[in-house]
Write a protein that binds this ligand. Structure first.
Ligand code: NZQ
Ligand code: ZN
Length: 379
């Protein structure tokens, strides 16, 4: 087992009604908040009204920046920073999924500086503090609510990748599963694919830590178990709660302690699909994970056998991959590029982007000669 330091400063408030505590927590941070949110889901499902009521009850004022797109942009973050700086806000409140929370993380870091958000990605600036961040999660997927990662994309530099800092952790995160009832079936499935991919990225990382591996298996098994119920009824509270907790645990550090690294190769591939075609993050992963497992099967065969045995009670690496494929199909997250409207004519452009963004992975190294065969397997 490798040495590790366990660190997670986020206070997670979980369950029905938990957002009723938000106003009181926010008030401790000051009198004025910057609200950041996406397009319109939060105004339809009632969470926006609830948060505003919480702030008003506690005599807080707020400015707001809405319209963050899925697969968020550095330029939106910069505009939100300008608003937050001018209004001299005391805290940032993100209401939404990973795209909104990731944007808010960079906004919170950037407000006390003179920098643009991308300066931090390019290591031209290093954060020394941040405005306190509160996250209200409305979509179970990324784990952003309890980690120090912010993934943004920049169309000028043609990049999409994660920025990591201890200043990215939300101070408080509120997770009420009832506000995920309105997530449509497709994004619910992409969220499940994402949390499974996070578990796999940790599992396929280097180093031995059996407890961390068992956490990975448990999260994958739990997500598969509850998905069956959830996709029959998207308003099933217990199923929504289980998937929400699975997703948080899959990327809050817990399942990677004791390992030398987490692989992230498939995420690196998937990010390029999102950058080029705006493919939803989880959909990019259900496609690329299957192709990656098939391509690297000779290298990871023993790991696949172990994973297949524990999660699906099958004996071979092929059966394990087939079971993942069957599961992804059962929840309707894509398993082939064509389902995401990506075709062979696009491969040269994708490979160029893989090279430009150095899509390599940390443990199972993906080299340039692997790109074309992986894409062919994903056709
Ligand atoms: O914009 P609105 O109207 O809010 O709609 C959103 C969006 O269209 C909708 N949605 C969210 N909550 C909803 C809802 N619709 C109905 N009811 C609700 N309660 O869902 C759509 C997708 O939202 P988004 O935030 O983009 O999804 P997700 O949470 O999957 O986030 C994806 C982003 O996170 C990054 C991805 O790369 C991608 O940019 N990631 C962040 C990570 C992190 N910070 O740790 C790690 C991940 O691996 C990932 O890279
Ligand atoms: Zn992910």
């Amino acid at each position: 087992m490798n040495n590790f330091t366990m660190y997670n400063p986020t206070k997670l408030h979980f369950g029905k009604g938990c957002c009723e505590k938000l106003g009181e927590k926010a008030k401790k941070l000051g009198n004025k908040a910057l609200l950041i949110y996406g397009k319109n889901s939060i105004k339809k499902n009632g969470i926006y009204d609830l948060i505003v009521e919480q702030l008003e009850k506690n005599n807080m004022t707020y400015v707001e920046y809405g319209g963050i797109k899925s697969n968020p942009l550095n330029t939106d973050a910069d505009e939100a920073v300008a608003l937050g700086r001018d209004a001299k806000v005391d805290c940032v409140i993100a209401i939404g999924g990973g795209s909104v929370i990731d944007t808010a993380k960079m906004v919170a870091i950037c407000i006390p500086t003179d920098n643009k958000v991308w300066d931090f990605y390019q290591q031209k600036a290093v954060p020394e503090k941040s405005v306190p961040l509160i996250a209200v999660l409305t979509l179970a997927a990324t784990g952003s609510e309890m980690n120090g990662i912010a993934v943004l994309q920049n169309h000028e530099t043609q990049q999409k990748f994660g920025y990591r800092s201890k200043y990215c952790f939300p101070m408080h995160s509120f997770l009420d599963p009832t506000f995920t009832f309105s997530v449509p079936a497709n994004y619910t499935a992409y969220g499940v694919a994402d949390l499974i991919a996070h578990s796999l990225e940790a599992y396929f990382g280097a180093g031995e830590c059996t407890l961390s591996d068992r956490f990975c298996f448990s999260i994958i098994s739990d997500a598969i178990h509850w998905s069956e119920r959830l996709f029959k009824n998207l308003h099933d509270y217990d199923a929504r709660a289980a998937i929400m907790y699975d997703a948080t645990m899959a990327l809050n550090g817990q399942i990677a302690y004791g390992k030398a690294n987490t692989d992230w190769g498939v995420h690196a591939l998937g990010h390029n699909l999102s950058l080029l075609f705006d493919t939803p993050h989880g959909a990019s992963l259900s496609i690329m994970y299957l192709a990656w497992m098939k391509h690297f099967k000779p290298t990871i065969e023993q790991k696949l056998i172990k994973l297949g045995k524990v999660v699906f009670n099958v004996e071979t690496a092929d059966e394990c991959i087939n079971k993942f494929e069957e599961f992804f199909k059962s929840i309707n997250t894509p398993t082939r590029l064509s389902e995401a409207n990506i075709f062979e004519k696009d491969f040269d452009k994708i490979i160029e982007s893989f090279v430009h963004n150095r899509a390599t992975g940390y443990n199972i190294k993906i080299t340039e000669k692997d790109y074309a065969p992986i894409l062919k397997l994903a056709r």
